[in-house]
Design a binder for this molecule. Sequence first.
Ligand code: F6P
Length: 358
Amino acid sequence: MLRIGMLTSGGDCQALNAAMRGVVKCIYNNAKDDVEFYGFEDGYKGLIYGKFRMLTGADFTGILTRGGTILGTSRVPFKTIREPDENGLDKVAAMKQNYYKLQLDCLVMLGGNGSTKTANLLSEEGLNVITLPKTIDNDLYGTDMTFGFQSAVEIATTAFDQIHTTASSHGRVFIVEIMGHKVGFLPLNAGMAGGADIILIPEIPYDINNVIDKIEERDARGSRFTIICVAEGAISKDDAKLSKKDYAKKLENYTFPSVSYEIADQIQKKTGREVRVTVPGHVQRGGQPCPYDRVFASRLGAEAGKMILKGEFGYMVSYKNREMTKVPLKDVAGKLKTVDPKSDIIKEAKMLGISFGD
Ligand code: F6P
């Protein structure tokens, strides 16, 4: 008998269900022994508090195209994982206990950066763990691609497509704020796909005067409108120079809902132009996975299934240089993948006339 536990952790994204279905299909089609799947509810919380259910083939039918996660998810911050909960429960000990109580052969964890750190900790504690790279941010170290990313790029791009028509009618400056946490892959790709004139990402701090220069250059050329893609984590050159402490102090007294509104305010004051801000927000994480993600997540699931059958644990399944591979969790945990300001895509975007405000 093979017993496999699964959980989805952190912010949800498209294709979580497709990935789990991939694992299950691969195992059902290739395992020689009987198999039992256990799904932990709401991420690591389910593993800590023993909230799980046995999953059957029926649970995985019809979920290739379904967004969200059939298991539910939550954020259990890694930085507090070693701290007892409000009732004094040792969370790590509880997770191990539930794993052993169910006599699991392995745990498959679908998650992003923080969740992978916890997975690595459990692996170091002796559990058999395999992770799948999930996040719309595509910021997981050790893989060129995460599932959810391409779906989010598609949704974010439609925001730019819609804004284009109204921006051109009114001749306004429009800011579209795109998710991505502290990295710029999603804003960069959605901004380029959506024809943004200016893209501000965390890896390339901006100077507001350069942003305004670009708007004025477009005005002088007779372009009636400017579309700016602002990453939710975009940062000005001045703020980037601040120490962590001083930046945190600035944020304490911050009166804008987000950086986009601060930028809008500065543009409005300095140019007198009408500026509008659109924040698609969690829409970017919702709905059906795009075809790319359905295929990619299914492949990742099949690779995870293959690894389980071979007894290879302690890895994240990854996609590097156009090949499916695996990387040790210890080499991934705690590291962030960011946009390289010197990468070809940035150089090409600049050659296309896109300003990064630098
Ligand atoms: O990591 C995915 C993500 O959507 C980020 O892009 C965003 O910063 C964050 O999660 C939002 O988190 P929450 O859903 O907890 O508000």
